[in-house]
Design a protein around this ligand. Structure first.
Ligand SMILES: [Zn+2]
Length: 441
């Protein structure tokens, strides 16, 4: 049902008439249903990230006017809000209780890129650049490790590497394409794989573009015109769609993100959320921002949407609880052999501590997990097998080996076992590390 005005957030507001509003304990689904219609205006009664992501969600869902409390966001975040409003064709106002004043917030023309809910992107890319080629330094990115701690970690047993799920097709996107979940399949492949790809999809039309490509191991950021030659391939049953996708990509995948998302068959809500992001190129950053939205909007962490263990859905969900993304994932999983299905579900139903593309930890034997702490018997490492990964496994083996309760504070990762503080790993700049409490469903 369409409402004229709704209130999102939990803070008290005084209005001259009753309007529908988010109730205490409401989850993401309730917030989404309030936005159906969409309403003409949304008042956001929250502050910080709770405010920012509610306002953003409202605008992504087509709300044209958003009012937030004066002072609910700091000046930089408020500016980013206004930039986002301009991109989404909406208007943001602040309301000051004193004098009952409303003020329209305008986006400055040259607003600098900023992302809410992610580690400091500038510090992150600087640290990645400075530590390139230094495996131990890369393993310690975002952490502050003393020489004594480093020595102790080297003596400790490294975390075991997670056992990969057996029986998964090498490219799940091809399964999604065959299922009809995607009108267009887009892949980046080395030139010598092109023929095999063609043979796997007889009857599909292929449009290809050749570039050089190097991917940053930590963030997944792509650098074109350096690195090995790759083919960008667009496949579709309908040549018009394959050509359209290739043309939009050449024309600017950033500028055409919504149209490309539609051709790829991604849920509209997820594409709308993705389109607002500034750091779309940074795959690791996308994990942080999705987790921040999930927390702020009180969505659940559906295990099939967590991409650290198995990258099941090829798009960034609007939250880890998005019902449309979950049904995408369920259809895809339903296509796998029964033994693979249960292995995928088991592997993905574990809480994950995520640092970046090369370093994550999954927890097993879990008795409690939320976004701040996890109690577990055993931890396993998800990441590469190179020297940097080995040092990371030693560090996390030293911290987590033997199990206990891991707590994330702003300053450190702290492990408690047998009712005692055991070890801590200090966090640095950029503050990497997000705990995602995926659990079985
Ligand atoms: Zn969604």
């Amino acid at each position: 049902m369409q409402h004229r005005v709704v209130v999102l957030g939990q803070e008290a507001v005084s209005l001259d008439r009753p309007v529908p509003r988010e109730a205490p304990g409401d989850r993401f689904e309730a917030i989404e249903s309030l936005l159906q219609g969409p309403p003409e205006a949304v008042l956001v009664a929250a502050e910080g990230q709770d405010c920012f992501f509610r306002a953003s969600l409202a605008m992504e869902r087509g709300v044209r006017k958003v009012v937030i409390r004066d002072g609910a966001l700091g000046p930089a975040v408020l500016r980013e809000m206004a930039v986002r409003a301009r991109a989404l064709g909406a208007e943001v106002f602040t309301h000051a209780r004193e004098g009952n004043r409303y003020e329209r917030i305008h986006a400055p023309k040259d607003a600098a890129a900023m992302e809410i809910g992610v580690p400091d992107l500038e510090a992150w890319s600087l640290a990645s650049r400075q530590n390139r080629g230094q495996p131990d330094r890369l393993a310690e990115l975002g952490l502050v490790v003393s020489a004594e701690e480093r020595d102790a970690a080297r003596q400790a047993a490294p975390l075991p590497i997670d056992t990969p799920v057996a029986g998964l097709p090498p490219r799940l996107e091809e399964t999604a394409f065959r299922l009809g979940l995607k009108p267009v399949l887009y892949l980046v492949v080395p030139p010598d794989e092109l023929e095999a790809l063609r043979l796997r999809h007889p009857g599909a039309y292929l449009e290809t573009i050749e570039t050089s490509l190097r991917e940053d191991a930590s963030t997944g950021v792509r650098h074109y015109d350096v690195g090995p030659t790759t083919r960008h391939v667009f496949l579709a049953a309908d040549p018009v769609l394959a050509r359209a996708a290739a043309r939009l990509w050449v024309d600017g995948s950033s500028r055409n993100v919504r149209e490309i998302g539609r051709l790829m068959g991604y849920p509209e809500c997820c594409v709308a959320a993705y389109a607002t992001l500034r750091s779309r190129a940074n795959n690791a950053g996308l994990v942080y921002v999705t987790s921040a939205r999930t927390r702020a909007l009180r969505a659940s962490y559906h295990p099939l949407l967590g991409g650290s263990v198995v990258h099941l859905v090829p798009f960034t969900p609007c939250t880890y609880g998005c019902a449309r993304a979950v049904s995408w994932a369920l259809r895809l999983v339903g296509e796998l052999a029964p033994a693979t299905q249960s292995a995928v579900r088991r592997a993905m139903s574990r809480p994950v501590l995520y640092l970046d593309q090369g370093r994550a930890v999954a927890f097993e034997g879990v008795s409690h997990a939320d976004t701040e702490s996890v109690s577990f018997d055993r931890a396993v490492f998800i990441g590469g097998q190179d020297q940097s990964a080995l040092h990371a496994r030693h560090l996390f083996g030293w911290l987590l080996g033997g199990g206990g309760t891991l707590r994330l504070t702003d300053e450190a990762f702290e492990l408690e076992a047998g009712g005692q503080a055991r070890r801590r790993l200090r966090r640095g700049d950029p503050a990497l590390g997000v705990l995602m409490p995926f659990a079985s469903f």
